[in-house]
Write a protein that binds this ligand. Sequence first.
Ligand code: IPM
Ligand code: MG
Length: 350
Amino acid sequence: MLIALLPGDGIGPEVIAEARRVLTAVCGNKISFEEAPVGGAGYKAAGHPLPQETLDLAKRARAVLFGAVGDPACDGLERRLRPEQAILGLRKELGLWANLRPATMFPELADASTLRPEVAKGIDLVIVRELTGDVYFGTPRGRRTTETGRREGFDTMRYDEDEVRRIAITGFEMAKRRRKRLCSVDKANVLETSQLWRDVVIEVSADYPDVQLEHMYVDNAAMQLVRAPAHFDVIITGNLFGDILSDQASMCVGSIGLLPSASLRDWRGALGLYEPIHGSAPDIAGQGKANPLGTILSGAMMLRHSLDLDDEAAKIEAAVAKALASGARTADLGGTTSTRDMGEAVLAAL
Ligand code: IPM
Ligand code: MG
């Protein structure tokens, strides 16, 4: 089964290298890899953050394992050529509308959370973020100069009912298999888009009588995530709110370096893109300081959701827990273990 490896920029290549070693150790010749440039690296190699050959490879592969994009050297480029356009383009081109971002507390890391241990204890939630709509992709958008000569910028927040319904179904299906609680996050007290979102989620809930549904405004959700994060099971939300809340949730469990994600076009799996939720961290790139666990765990999600290799996925997850239990900690977790040695610790635990 072919996996497209897209390391990208900054720490992307370092963390992808460790994930590749772990995946190879666990899956042997059941999988093969092909690598291609993306982001700033894509721009340097082929003049575009998402070169056509990279996109073709992603479409041909069974799954995509993605590092990170973002390169300060590209800040001056026009928006369509910036590294971030690579990931937005892949999501759009591959139709990956469902983004699963689990945040689970490893007991070994209770001291790494910025929350008090009794607050952080037992966090086990998954954010289902809509990924191809909302203000990220809504039109019209742009910059213009008004009649009075002032500059203005504008974006459009927009969802249609089908886009909301499939996310709601994804959330309910996941909740059904977990603790049966679903929290839908919106801003329905202010936004029309959110009122439609809420109406559709309520309609879908009729098919899931065993799942307990609650609605929460996004500002309150941000507060509850640091007040009582263990309260949450499955959260569904739009693209922008999900972007923000998932960074916040990552910190509750210790470090953004730990969190994997899956971007899917069907909650049952099929082609998917897997990436750590952290960025390219140019400030520590090339120094062997990055935490590869988010990428390694993304690899495990990939095995489970796109490759039907559940046992292999569980092996990787157990090895990560064991590596942490052995005391290995990268700098983001307050330790001195290098990227490579963290990969080694996971391999040893396998
Ligand atoms: C993420 C990132 C991306 C997003 C950026 C890099 C475009 O922050 O995956 O969360 O906003 O979706
Ligand atoms: Mg983000």
